[in-house]
Design a protein around this ligand. Sequence first.
Ligand code: GN1
Ligand code: MG
Length: 363
Amino acid sequence: MDTVTSSDAWRVAAMFAIDGQLTAIEPHDRGHIHRTFISTWEQEGGTRRFLHQRMNDHVFTDIPALMHNVELVTGHLKARAVRAERAFQTLALVPTRLGRPFLVDQSGPWRTYDYVENTESFDRCRGPQQAHQAALAFGHFQAELRELDVGHLRETIPNFFSSPQRLIQFEDALASDPRGRVGLAAEEVRFALARRDTVGIFEQRLESGAFPRRVVHGDTKLNNVLFENGTDRAVCVVDLDTCMPAWSLYDFGDLVRFTAALSSEDETDLDKVGVDLEIYRALGSGYLEATSSFLSAEEVALMPTAARLVTFTIGLRFLTDYLSGDTYFRTTREHQNLDRARVQFAQVRFLEKAAGKIDLRRA
Ligand code: GN1
Ligand code: MG
């Protein structure tokens, strides 16, 4: 993955069905998984931009299945958008010149999307209004996908949303300690083991049939919502790679984990880490505005539990990757995955203490 260059992107961009003259390609450093570039084209009607991604086939080992899901979800959303009251834009895939949804290049598998112009994205939340809009966008996304049969989506990463499986992966890494890092993470390991009995709650409800399996977005970070330039209005949800059948509240939990965080995901000064409860409540009201018509009373009651469990589970994944030698999440410095795990766990501790102050039904 690290060897993908701008010259690969130039060659690849020309193989997608785009008219005009390619004039520029810039890397776009976002996310921990894929490599992204933005191209600029001079066309008869003016300038247009496109987003190209060299997909990570180490993480997504079945790229055709991944692209099947993306095509299914974007196709469904596009058809629904015509009838929707609140218009959100849908990501649009650009096929290759041979009409395929992705390209297999010598540098790996690539796909292309239209660049959504006049929008911006944020790594840090500007305030409750923006949080409400982000949650509305993701809630609406899930609502729009209710009529899509979950059975048609492929499970591109097995057990991706299963906290019990994430715990097993962690315990495997702990037992084998391939990089001799367990000693460096002793406190985090203790923190994780002390909460091992809490991870099964949603899985149990799915298995007993108490909770339905729904199509979730699966990566509801604030920066996966595009906002209209200069306003707090959410216009498009992006990053559809983890759209899979799962427990609905995963999306709400991940929203809180990232958007209500007081710090960046890899902050090293733990005094700066915490959760903004006002933003949290705004996320709750935005999410419920879009989903309360179909969530059960028990699901609504478990929203705070989802926030804690998703935060804990992502922390566990960072910690597991740290112990395994940073093979999954891209890092730019040593111990970055340990720092990321620490931040998640500090947020969990914060949420545990604040539990009495969070009642989303009265938000
Ligand atoms: C990864 O690369 P990015 O930022 O889109 C990960 C998510 C994690 C997230 C943590 C496929 O998403 O599950 O929540 O990092 N995506 C995958 O920041 O593993
Ligand atoms: Mg993602």
